[in-house]
Design a protein around this ligand. Structure first.
Ligand code: ADP
Length: 848
């Protein structure tokens, strides 16, 4: 570490700082003297020696730098000029990079112009100097103490920064005498302090002077760490190791705090990405993105975008799944407990689960429950998740008309986000949930693409193991997800989508089933929701039946549920009022004793007997909901039976229709008037239904003679001078389908024959020109609707006989079924005493 400097040195006078041996400084040179030195000595010099100059800290005011050489500081630092950079802007100047070598003392000024040159004496880094001090006891102690402080200081800095680590190494490797100078130039010190250190030629003195500076810096750092969060600005004032940054270009502990924290976040994110179990492809993409993120300034909008993306990627359950606990017997019990009736659906679900248990491969079909609203499709889906012990997530598809809803937006969009599938996975946090795709029949279509097409990829077991969301842009394996779909009708599900699914029809409930569902499930649930107990309210079965028949007309149980809710609310008011009343006598009781309460309770009893509609029964007796109470709470009944009344004139028949809301009975009315043989159809009919009407007329015209049907003037040509008007009431509802054929024929036959159709007969079936009756769909719903409406005889196509098996025995027992294969049979069954001229009674009564 010994250095030998020349005895004559050109002198550079600096204003900006104090160069200490062992440190490096960049200084700007613009005074004429210094410029001259740089030009004629540094730029023209050829030997290494010529690059050594003496740097003298100039304490005088730089503006008063005239021709006169100011009085020079006695001690300076010999320095090696490492780099010279020249520039003409804004005025000619040089920037010098100098490294301090050792101290010197000016002995004699040799010349002043054009730049000062002096005869100097080297003060340290001399060979004998180094060895001489080693032996001194006190200095050893001092240097030891100094070393400890220095180590403490460095260890308070972030060792992960390379420059800090290097500094730590330097502390051990450098000779101890060099440390005070180096550390003084690194820590925050004023120029005045540095000057004092420069002047401290004796090593012992130098150590003594630097230790307090070190201690001050350590204390400052401690303070910084303590107060870091609340006061950033102050921190910067308290301590800043700016020199380190300026010289070595490293971020230090005093970096802007936010930046640092953010940096920490990014590092954490990277760690998370590396430890997450994402697919190899995803990992590659993420690492690339994080590399970009590190280089990006935070203010860029893309920063937040990329970060959100990476956070989503980390959060996704790439490899996290719940363990299936599947036991068919338990599943059966659970399904039975949660849902009454729906035997066919439960059977199919159990089959599905059994296959899953035997073969743990999910490439099974996707179940799609199709049925009217409120029949429990969604809640069965939830039960399936429960039996499997899986997470459940419902994705409502009704009204979705943009394919990015399913597949996400590309990340180039502002506000882009992943689709619902990926979002759902993020929400549940596992990769094998049960996803319920609710209302697949109500998917829309728009300019933004067809969401149904996007669903195809999701639902195809062959493809969905690498489903690519546009936002993620990498494949995600959906093969572990169990998809269940629900719909009200299959008619509006795109065929390709329907093809991927196994449709399970969930028909509506019968009245008896509804009563059971109400008492087993709905009423207990409503009571709990309203804070009532069975001791406070009683709903007998007749009341439930009343609600079902007179206040609701639906296939499911949703509005039944709502009505029960309304009853519970009304009762809750009464109970709350009763409690209020009760508390009053309680207080009175304290004053007046026992008999007072009895008296009041008796009073209340007599009151309730006198007025049943008033539900103010004493709270210790349950409030009984009877017909009067029902009327009071729900208002007058909404639906009444009007069947027999409607059939009091010829030209009316009852058909059975199927709607997405379940089966319905439908009246068909016909009238004739003078005219030119025109057929008018009203009631919003679709094309198929209109064709059925034409078919019916044609068949009747061709068979008019056989049945002795005549027009008003007695001719067998039914349309001669006659107009016919057919109307299907509930005119606001669009109707279509072939199944009204037999009803129209019956209705017209009644019109032309002047005979009444039996009031208790309903019918359904498609017709042909030859008079055959063809099978139709939705028999169970239609039969239930007829049963609900109080009809007794139902005419259905012969080939639909098999569908009757689905109907509960008690309902079948209430009804008489007529299987008809041709229109003769239909007409014979529809009119009392048959319809044929030559009566060939071929009525097929149900053998059930
Ligand atoms: P959907 O999805 O078919 O429109 P939901 O599944 O939402 O109908 O069912 C509506 C309500 O009816 C739910 O509270 C459900 O518990 C109840 N429910 C329907 N069917 C049954 C049933 N068979 N047993 C018990 N509760 C039922």
């Amino acid at each position: 570490s010994a250095i030998q400097i020349p005895s004559r040195l050109p002198l550079l006078l600096t204003h900006e700082g104090v160069l200490l041996p062992g440190s490096t400084m960049r200084t700007s040179v613009d005074s004429p003297r210094n410029m001259q030195l740089v030009r004629s000595r540094l730029l023209k010099g050829t030997s290494l020696r010529s690059t050594i100059i003496g740097v003298i800290p100039n304490t005088s005011d730089p503006t008063s730098d005239g021709d006169e050489l100011p009085s020079l500081h006695r001690i300076g630092t010999a320095a090696l000029a490492v780099q010279v950079v020249g520039s003409n802007w804004p005025k000619p100047h040089y920037t010098l990079l100098v490294t301090g070598l050792c101290r010197f003392q000016i002995l004699q000024l040799l010349k002043e112009k054009p730049y000062p040159v002096a005869e100097v004496e080297q003060l340290d880094r001399l060979e004998q100097f180094t060895n001489q001090h080693k032996s001194e006891e006190e200095l050893g102690e001092l240097s030891e103490q100094f070393y400890k402080y220095a180590v403490q200081l460095v260890e308070m800095l972030d060792m992960s920064v390379p420059a800090v680590a290097k500094l730590r190494r330097l502390l051990d490797n450098l000779p101890r005498e060099a440390l005070p100078d180096i550390l003084t130039s690194i820590i925050r010190t004023s120029n005045q302090e540095k000057l004092q250190i420069l002047d401290a030629v004796r090593l012992e003195e130098r150590f003594k002077m630097t230790i307090p500076l070190l201690v001050r810096q350590i204390e400052g750092l401690k303070l910084l760490q303590k107060t870091r969060k609340p006061k950033q600005d102050d921190d910067r004032r308290v301590v800043a190791i700016h020199p380190i940054r300026r010289i070595n270009h490293i971020p230090s502990a005093t970096e802007d705090e936010e930046e640092e924290e953010d940096h920490d976040d990014v590092v954490m994110l990277e760690k998370k990405i590396r430890t997450s179990s994402m697919s190899e492809q995803a990992l590659k993409v993420c690492l690339k993105e994080i590399k970009r993120l590190k280089k990006m300034p935070q203010s860029m909008p893309e920063y937040a975008l990329t970060r959100n993306y990476l956070e989503l990627m980390v959060e996704l359950p790439w490899n996290k799944s719940t363990k299936d606990r599947l036991e068919i017997r338990a599943a059966r019990i659970l399904l039975d407990n949660d849902h009454y009736a729906m035997e066919k659906l439960k059977k199919r679900v159990l089959e599905y689960l059994a296959v899953r248990q035997l073969k743990n491969n999910l490439k099974g079909p996707i179940l799609c429950f199709v049925g009217p609203p409120g029949v429990g499709k969604t809640s069965v889906g939830r039960s399936i998740a429960k039996t499997l012990g899986r997470e459940f997530h419902r994705i409502a598809l009704g009204g979705v008309c943009d394919q990015s809803d399913i597949r996400g937006h590309r990340r180039t969009y502002v506000g882009s986000m992943p689709g619902r599938i990926i979002n759902g996975l993020k929400t549940v946090g596992v990769n094998n949930p049960v996803f319920l795709l609710d209302e697949v029949d109500k998917l829309g279509k728009s300019l933004q693409g067809d969401p149904a097409a996007a669903l195809l990829e999701v639902l195809d077991p062959e493809q969905n193991h690498n489903f690519t969301d546009h936002y993620l842009n990498v494949a995600f394996d959906l093969s572990q997800v169990l998809f269940i779909a629900t719909a009200n009708t299959t008619a509006t599900i795109p065929p390709a989508l329907l093809d991927r699914m196994e449709v399970i029809q969930v028909p509506g409930y019968t009245q008896e089933e509804k009563i059971e569902i109400a008492h087993r499930h709905l009423i207990p649930k409503q009571l709990e929701q309203h804070g009532l107990t069975p001791q406070q309210i009683q709903i007998p079965q007749v009341t439930t039946l009343d609600i079902i028949t007179r206040y609701t007309r639906e296939a499911g149980v949703r509005s039944l549920d709502r009505k029960l809710g309304a009853i519970c609310r009304a009762v809750a008011v009464k109970v709350a009022e009763g409690q209020h009343k009760e508390t009053k006598p309680d207080r009175a009781e304290a004053a007046e004793g026992e008999d007072c309460k009895e008296h009041i309770t008796e009073d209340a009893k007599t009151e309730s007997i006198s007025d049943t509609a008033d539900l103010a029964l004493p709270p210790e007796m349950p409030i009984l909901i009877d017909f009067h109470a029902l009327k009071d709470i729900l208002g007058p009944p909404m639906y009444e039976m009007e069947v027999s009344e409607r059939l009091s004139q010829p030209g009316v028949a009852i058909g059975l229709a199927w709607t997405p809301l379940g089966g319905e009975i439908m009246f068909v009315e016909a009238s004739r008037m003078d005219g030119e043989g025109q057929l008018t159809l009203t009631g919003q009919l679709g094309d198929v239904m209109k064709e059925s009407a034409h078919l019916a007329i044609s068949w009747l015209r061709s068979n008019a003679k056989r049945y002795q049907l005549t027009n008003a003037s007695g001719s067998f040509d039914l349309l001669d001078n006659t107009d016919i008007h057919l109307h299907f009431p509930a005119g606001a509802v669009t109707k279509d389908g072939p199944s009204a054929g037999v009803t129209i024929v019956t209705c017209l036959a009644s019109l032309f024959s002047g005979r009444l159709v039996c009031s208790d007969v309903a019918m359904t079936g498609e017709i042909t020109l030859r008079g055959l009756v063809l099978p139709v769909g939705g028999i169970k719903d239609k039969v239930l609707a007829a049963h609900r409406a109080g009809l007794k005889r139902i005419i259905i196509p012969q080939r639909n006989e098999k569908d009757l098996e689905e109907i509960a025995v008690n309902i079948r027992q209430d009804l008489t079924f007529v299987m008809a294969s041709c229109l003769d049979e239909v007409l014979n069954a529809a009119f009392d005493g048959g319809f044929s001229v030559k009566p060939r009674v071929e009525r097929l009564n149900s053998k059930l």
